[in-house]
Design a binder for this molecule. Structure first.
Ligand SMILES: N[C@@H](CCC(=O)N[C@@H](CS)C(=O)NCC(=O)O)C(=O)O
Length: 239
């Protein structure tokens, strides 16, 4: 693939939104420099010179090659994971992050818009700020994701940005449920995980299994490392 400008990717391994961009970069076989930003102690140059919002992920594109902590004023600065996915689809058309067919492109974008904010809200509400009833909200969301899936294959049939947008959430949900990791009562994660193994969620589980085998996702996913990090950092009582 022809890449016209340098790419520097500002990320953090625990960041669900950074994970989206990492999958897309791998899918596009992009040549890029990864720079891990310490989320707990963000350097002042990051907001001043890369992402004024101060969040991860962000990329710089083009301009001269400089050290990541000294980004060139000539490089474009792009933030918001979904915008970065669109940008990567534009600069790497051969990677087919979005299909060339306009109807399929619209379907991929509709899937993303319908799921994006709900995934984060439920992630937060069930796993980090549990209150009774959050289990049903999670199950309802997963059912609505399942209903939107193409009958076979990936979200719109073919692999696309739609899968890249949801996968980091779905795999964190699955890992945290089966390891019973979260702010919920002990046993609640595994109980919900068992429900997901039933016939009602067969299509969603098949979708998750298919994503797990997809090379660009596989190259970015280490469930054991995520579980270790979550136990150390957020849920030491579950270690
Ligand atoms: N809508 C943004 C969300 C980015 C976001 O919330 N990133 C988190 C990490 S996953 C972050 O940087 N948190 C640190 C902070 O808010 O200071 C996107 O899709 O990129």
């Amino acid at each position: 693939m022809v890449q016209k400008g340098q790419i520097t990717f500002y990320s953090h391994p625990a960041s669900v939104y950074s994970h989206r961009v990492e999958i897309a970069l791998k899918e596009a076989k992009a040549d890029y420099t990864n720079y891990e930003v310490d989320l707990a102690n963000k350097p002042s140059w990051y907001a001043a010179r890369v992402n004024p919002v101060g969040k991860l992920p962000a990329i710089t594109y083009g301009g001269p090659n400089t050290a990541p902590d000294d980004p060139s004023p000539e490089a474009a600065k792009i933030n918001e994971s979904l915008i970065i996915l669109e940008f990567l689809a534009d600069i790497f058309p051969e990677a087919h992050l979005l299909p060339s067919d306009p109807v399929l492109r619209a379907q991929a974008r509709m899937f993303i818009v319908a799921t994006d904010s709900l995934l984060y809200d439920v992630f937060w509400a069930f796993f980090f700020h549990y209150s009774p009833g959050a289990d049903q909200t999670l199950l309802n969301l997963l059912e609505s994701v399942q209903e939107r899936l193409h009958p076979t294959g990936f979200a719109i049939g073919k692999w696309s940005n739609a899968d890249i947008a949801v996968a980091p959430f779905l795999f964190r949900f699955r890992a945290m449920l089966r390891h019973d990791l979260g702010s919920f009562p002990v046993g609640e994660g595994t109980r919900v995980y068992e429900i997901l193994q039933g016939p009602k969620f067969a299509r969603l589980m098949k979708y998750i299994d298919d994503i797990e085998q997809w090379p660009s996702f596989k190259a970015t996913w280490d469930e054991a490392a995520l579980v270790r990090m979550l136990k150390n950092k957020y849920f030491p009582q579950r270690a």
